[in-house]
Design a protein around this ligand. Structure first.
Ligand code: ZN
Length: 255
């Protein structure tokens, strides 16, 4: 593996991430929730920030960009966005674009729903998916700007990635997501196993990330809206997967 990945907790429950290419020395931050913890992590490793790969325009993902850019003169890669809501962007990317971080390559997937500009970065060679606020472990982002069918399509796009890819998401929400998911699928063995693991991880003060996509496909109810038993569990047997997804998301909003 050419890439080193570090998890950098930021703000209250955001995950910052650094991905470092040993051969070239290039280092990217995935989003920039907060400058200080990212700078501390970079200094600890002796890495210099070369790129910031932005997933969407929310303040808790872009708040640290200005300070980091001033300090490191790094390149800011941001979603293609007609409204240009992300300041300091040097490069705008869209579906299918490939972003180089030294010798590393990130493929851009448009995953709208949480916001309309939301993109995810897939480092295929390193089996890593940075999905920010589209896909959480055992959860998904709130659908603020898009529609439920749009968000469901975005989740399907991520679900199509191989099982051994690791998910790095935008927030440490896993424990509350597990609690909610068990109200829909109390008998899901993969979810029960994840619940135990999350309890141990949180008890030990460890992050619940990363997790493999294979595990998420089995345990994350938001990726399972097209499973007949899930539809039946919420009284939506025979309804479309997008409608089942929308109902589950509504219930989570109100939980
Ligand atoms: Zn967000």
């Amino acid at each position: 593996m050419a890439a080193d990945i570090r998890i950098v907790p930021c703000l209250t429950d955001n995950f910052g991430y650094l991905i470092h290419d040993r051969s070239s020395g290039a280092t990217a931050s995935i989003d920039a929730p907060e400058a200080a913890p990212l700078i501390a992590a970079l200094e600890k490793e002796g890495w210099k920030l070369t790129d910031i790969l932005v997933t969407h325009h929310h303040g808790d993902h872009v708040g640290g960009i200005a300070e980091l850019k001033k300090k490191y003169h790094c390149r800011v890669v941001a979603p293609h966005d007609a409204n240009a809501k992300i300041a300091d962007a040097d490069l705008r990317v869209e579906e299918g674009d490939v972003v180089k971080v030294g010798g590393l390559s990130a493929r851009v997937l448009e995953t709208p729903g949480h916001t309309l500009d939301h993109i995810s970065y897939v480092f295929d060679d390193d089996r890593a998916l940075f999905a920010a606020d589209t896909l959480f472990s055992i959860g998904c982002g709130r659908v603020f700007e898009g529609t439920y069918p749009m968000m469901w399509e975005s989740l399907l796009k991520l679900r199509a990635l191989p099982d051994d890819y690791k998910l790095y998401c935008g927030h440490e929400y896993t424990a509350s997501n597990v609690k909610f998911a068990l109200t829909i699928e109390p008998d899901n063995a993969a979810l029960q196993a994840r619940a135990k693991q999350v309890e141990q991880q949180r008890g030990a003060g460890q992050p619940t990330i990363p997790v493999t996509l294979g595990e998420e496909k089995q345990a994350n109810v938001f990726l399972r809206a097209d499973v007949p038993a899930v539809a039946a569990a919420i009284g939506f047997a025979g309804e479309s997967a997008a409608d089942v997804f929308g109902e589950i998301r509504e219930r989570k909003n109100n939980s």
